[in-house]
Ligand binder design. Sequence first.
Ligand code: ADP
Length: 279
Amino acid sequence: MGEFIRVEHLSHVFHAGEKDVHRALSDVSLSIAEGEFLAILGTNGSGKSTLARHFNALLMPTEGKCTVAGLDTRETQELWRIRELVSMVFQNPDNQIIAAVVEDDVAFGPENLGIEPQEIRARVREALAAVGMERYRTAAPHLLSGGQKQRVAIAGALAMKTRCLVLDEPTAMLDPLGRKEVLETVQRLHREKGITVICITHFMEEAAAADRVILMEEGRIAAEGSPREVFQDVGGMKARGLAVPLAVELAALLREAGVSLPADLLTDKELVKALCPSC
Ligand code: ADP
């Protein structure tokens, strides 16, 4: 897999030059591969959103550099190309939908690019099908559930032919069913369309679905690895005020109680299998 996003020695200072200077990111370096699914974890205020907003040039580095598909986010003439390649989905579904009908909302981005109406219709159809929302084509967005609204927001990004979804706590305001719908949709787009996914989340089960996890702490990357690697440090995660997936936590307690279990258990399914091979 080739590199898609490259962050080099990136620092971000809010209100630079004014009195209440706040350094939100310090010397962060990171490479994200095309087609990767990366989860970003960390407590509130650790710099997750600030980092993510550099990926589609909503924020520019105060120091260092961020490139997307080789395009430098500081080059203003590359801005629209970068925003076509990388789409953000935010926490509150109600802030992202602007049109009164689902298909008009999905068409909004491509319309602004000046794409032919026939091509827009095809893109909207395809995008809604990809998120399982084609039946709601003519629905009023405000009548949809939170999970459905987030899927419409994702369809809007797909209609722009995005290559990368940056999701900033996309399920934080959803009920468990909505969370499941959105996670399954994102996983499918990653698997079937090779879309690069960067997901900020507080839900460890969502992070467990990623290829790689980075853990932010006070504006720096404090830990990095596969979910299996990062979550095995149950004590370290808890000391940072973070949870681990239930199966990992339970497995650690069972090990302490003398039960012999494989070292890198991650999912409920794996724990059940280890405890009961014939289940
Ligand atoms: P997270 O997403 O991990 O909760 P953020 O990236 O939102 O963290 O914030 C990192 C730090 O930067 C926090 O201390 C936050 O208060 C500060 N911050 C974020 N946005 C701004 C802003 N627009 N102006 C000033 N400080 C900000």
